[in-house]
Design a protein around this ligand. Structure first.
Ligand code: PLP
Length: 413
């Protein structure tokens, strides 16, 4: 079959509806405060799919620092990889502050989270090593594992007994190869909102020899007393050997970091391909991240507000009988029984008739017959936003039960 034809056939349920759903949300041309809104064809849409947990993207101090740093340096500096001409005092300051905040000896900045963690996995492991990882790990972890040429064993999501079995298998292999074992999981899983069972995993170190890498993209800034992440929340931060997070969620920016023992970070600095052979993080992003980190540390009211909104959203949904799974974080999945072919029409109805947007998730990301409407609350959402949203979801639910999203002409606007 022709490659292009095959691609068209494999578009999946959302792709097949792309003609109906065509167009992208954009930001309204508002000065200053934007809030949790976007625009679609001139209509204001309340958005529950923004990577801005603490509202820092809209914070006036952040906006000023971003603008001043861009005016001073532009987006061009520095003009090389970190090892060559891409270093600055600001980069080093940010690394030092992040290390202190997450309680690790050293930190290495990464220009993107996705490539960063892939490359870290590639760099830290060789063919003698065995990786044991949670089945619901993010795509960037799975892609990192594709580069690993040694063995990898998966355990069912958060199944500690399953993990233990895989550790026993892994142990036998490394006894032969002379390699080591790495366990990879997440702090907060971005689809279910479940926390990884970090404490229980760390406790397994009493019986098995392994190092633990945690991707805490959704936990950094949202979890734990100080916002230092899911390890802090579960009281086991010290047991995380390699801590990774991105600036793309709580920090509402671009970039990422990885923290560990000094010698591990030093090793990464001189061996990690995605950083050695790529330009380092631009100055405005580094200076902007310093400001964001300062606010994250010194303004706990931002996290408190996020949790207020999150608690209200989740309790309102539960009160109305919605299934939001087993989330224990701000990530709020509304799980509905629905054929995946109806999901695009449902999302269009939400957008066009209720002025709401949240991420629709369907097969093959989750099993057939279910969809998830994933809501990400932020410190900028209000109680009234929650009321409007829950009411809309109740109406959507009735339409779904009445099979209104099956008819082919529905919602083609
Ligand atoms: C769990 C997880 N890890 C890594 C990433 C990738 O980070 P970035 O957006 O910085 O590439 C994401 C998405 O942002 C994520 O959700």
């Amino acid at each position: 079959m022709d490659l292009f034809e095959k691609l068209l056939q494999n578009r999946g349920p959302l792709g097949k509806h792309s003609k109906m759903a065509h167009g992208y949300l954009t930001f309204p041309k508002l000065e200053g405060e934007i809030g949790p809104y976007m625009e679609f064809k001139g209509k204001k849409i309340l958005n529950w799919s923004l990577n801005n947990y603490l509202g820092l993207a809209n914070h006036p101090e952040v906006r000023k620092v971003d603008a001043d740093a861009s005016a001073q340096f532009g987006l061009g500096y520095p003009m090389g990889a970190r090892m060559m001409s891409g270093n600055s005092d600001y980069h080093e300051q940010l690394e030092a502050e992040l290390s202190e905040f997450v309680g690790k000896e050293a930190t290495y900045l990464l220009n993107f989270g996705y490539q960063g963690i892939m490359s870290a996995i590639d760099c830290l492991l060789d063919r003698h090593d065995v990786v044991v990882y949670d089945a619901e790990s993010h795509a960037c972890i799975l892609d990192g594992l594709r580069m690993h040429i040694g063995k990898r064993f998966v355990f069912a999501h958060n199944d500690i007994a399953g993990l233990e079995k895989q550790l026993q298998r892994a142990n036998k292999i490394v006894e032969e190869t002379g390699g080591s074992i790495m366990v990879i999981t997440e702090g907060v899983f971005g689809m279910s909102g479940n926390q990884g069972k970090l404490k229980e995993i760390v406790e397994l170190k009493d019986r098995y020899s392994f190092r633990l890498l945690v991707d805490d993209a959704h936990g950094f800034g949202t979890m734990g007393k100080t916002g230092a992440g899911t390890g802090e929340a579960q009281g086991c931060q010290d047991g995380i050997d390699i801590y990774f997070s991105t600036f793309a969620k709580s920090m509402a920016s671009i970039g990422a970091f990885i923290s560990s023992d000094e010698q591990v970070i030093d090793y990464l600095r001189y061996n990690m391909r995605s950083q050695i052979f790529a330009k380092s993080l631009p100055m405005p992003l580094v200076i902007g991240a310093l400001k964001r980190l300062e606010l994250l540390r010194t303004k706990p009211e931002l996290k408190d507000r996020l949790w207020e909104i999150c608690t209200k959203l989740q309790s309102s949904l539960r009160e109305k009988g919605f299934n939001i799974g087993t989330t224990s974080s701000p990530v709020t999945p509304v799980i509905l029984k629905c054929d995946e072919n109806q999901v695009a029409k449902l999302a269009i109805d939400l957008r066009e008739n209720y002025r709401l947007f949240c991420s629709p998730v369907c097969y093959p990301v989750i099993p057939k017959g279910l969809i998830i409407l994933r809501l990400i609350p932020t410190a900028l959402h209000t109680e009234s936003d929650i009321e409007i949203t829950v009411k809309a979801l109740e109406e959507i639910y009735v339409k779904l039960r009445n099979n209104e999203y099956i008819s082919s002409e529905y919602a083609v606007l």
